[in-house]
Structures are given as structure tokens and as C-alpha cells.
Design a protein around this ligand. Structure first.
Ligand code: DX5
Ligand code: ZN
Length: 223
């Protein structure tokens, strides 16, 4: 499968969201990555459901909703109604993660689990079956524009191996500090979805940056 590119709207221009949404619509990006931060699970606060609903009305591509929220089970149906296609919750925020995944699935959305940099992929051992996506955080969640944590490469390789052995088809998404400087090595390690905020929206030509991120590995067979 060709890898997917998911620009993170957190780095968009909030004074003109429509312009940035149209830019992504017109680009070769695959998803919109929407960061939901609650000020409790992470120190920052970002978007609520009404804004996500508005974003959905402007988006011509699926919304990938990353919930950095304590007790996310309180809001899953609301984000689905707001237009989320993929709903990802943090392993560290869910005491009953298996139940929460079932809850996401019941809404018809694709279900994902995000892992903080300090959480090993081994915690997914009994969760992989039926899991659509794993989001490996390559920065500590809460803010855009942080430095990529290189340990994520080894985690990606380990997780890719688990997924291949179990044949679950789970997608690996990498989130935080991703850009043209590390995209290729991440894809080689097994990444399927690259989230990029600052690298896209702060670049001179965002459409071209997306095209270059999407074009990496074309005609290359990764083993
Ligand atoms: C971090 C968020 C990321 C962030 C990525 O907490 O989950 O999605 O927006 O931004 P960049 O690509 O700028 O690191
Ligand atoms: Zn995110």
C-alpha cells in the first residue's frame, strides 16, 4: 500500500482555516489530522466538537481525529457525529482500552490507539486484532513544532514486525516532528501514515511539500 500523508491542522493558519483546508483538498494529502487536546491529559487545549464539525464541512478528505483527552470514552460518539473517520485514543488515558476500542468501532469509525514516547509497543500484544491504526508519538504530545525522538524508529520496526507476524493489517502512523528530513527512514522502518504539521503548513509551498512527502519511495520496494 502506498503510504498516506495527514497534514496536522494544529499548524494551520486559524485566521484563515478555509484557505488551508482548500490547500489540503487540492493537494495529494490523504487525511486531515485533527489534534484534540483537553488541558488535562496534555497541558494544551485545542479544538472542540463544533470546530471539528466546521472542519468537516470544509474537508474533502477523511478526518483523522487524535484525542489527547482524559477519559475519551465520554466524547467518542460526539466526535463521530462531528465527522471523524478515524478516532484514535491514547493507551495511557484509557483504563479499559479494549472496551473503548469496541465503543469506537460501534460508531462505524476506524479505531486507533496512540502511544506516548515512553510507552512500549509490547502493551499492544493483546489489542492488535481488530485494531485499525496505531499512532506512535514521536514527540511528547501537546504541542506542534517539537523535535522528533529518534527512538521512534526502533519502535516502528518492532511494531511492524508484530503486525506482520499477526497479519492484522493495522496501519502505523507516526506523529510529531515528521518532515522531509526523516520521512524516508520512517517509511523504510514500516510507517504507513505520516502526520506532518509544521513541515507542511510552515513551508514555503505546502502543496509541493505534501507532494514530495507523498512521492517518497515511489518505484522503491521496501523490505
Ligand atoms: C502533537 C500532535 C501532533 C502535532 C504535530 O501533540 O499530536 O499531531 O500537531 O505537529 P508537528 O508536525 O509540527 O510536530
Ligand atoms: Zn496528533
Amino acid at each position: 500500500m502506498k503510504h498516506l500523508i495527514a497534514p496536522s491542522v494544529l499548524a494551520a493558519d486559524f485566521t484563515n482555516l478555509r484557505k488551508d483546508f482548500e490547500m489540503v483538498n487540492s493537494s495529494t494529502a490523504d487525511w486531515f489530522h485533527i489534534d484534540i487536546m483537553d488541558g488535562t491529559f496534555v497541558p494544551n487545549i485545542s479544538f472542540g466538537m463544533d470546530i471539528v464539525k466546521t472542519m468537516h464541512s470544509m474537508a474533502e478528505k477523511p478526518l483523522d481525529v487524535h484525542m489527547m483527552v482524559a477519559q475519551p470514552e465520554r466524547y467518542i460518539e460526539q466526535f463521530r457525529e462531528a465527522g471523524a473517520e478515524v478516532i484514535t485514543v491514547h493507551y495511557e488515558a484509557c483504563p479499559h482500552i479494549h472496551r473503548t476500542l469496541q465503543q469506537i468501532k460501534a460508531t462505524g469509525a476506524k479505531a486507533g490507539i496512540a502511544l506516548n514516547p515512553g510507552t512500549p509497543v509490547s502493551v499492544l500484544e493483546d489489542l492488535l486484532e481488530g485494531l485499525d491504526l496505531v499512532c506512535l508519538m514521536s514527540v511528547n504530545p501537546g504541542f506542534g513544532g517539537q523535535k522528533f525522538i529518534y527512538q521512534t524508529l526502533e519502535k516502528t520496526r518492532k511494531l511492524k514486525n508484530m503486525i506482520t507476524v499477526r497479519n492484522t493489517g493495522t496501519l502505523i502512523e507516526i506523529d510529531g516532528g515528521v518532515g522531509l528530513q526523516n520521512a524516508e527512514v520512517l517509511l523504510k522502518a514500516g510507517a504507513d501514515v505520516l502526520v506532518a504539521g509544521s513541515a507542511v503548513f510552515k513551508s514555503k509551498d505546502p502543496v509541493d511539500t505534501i507532494k514530495r512527502l507523498k512521492g517518497i519511495g515511489k518505484d522503491t520496494v521496501y523490505v
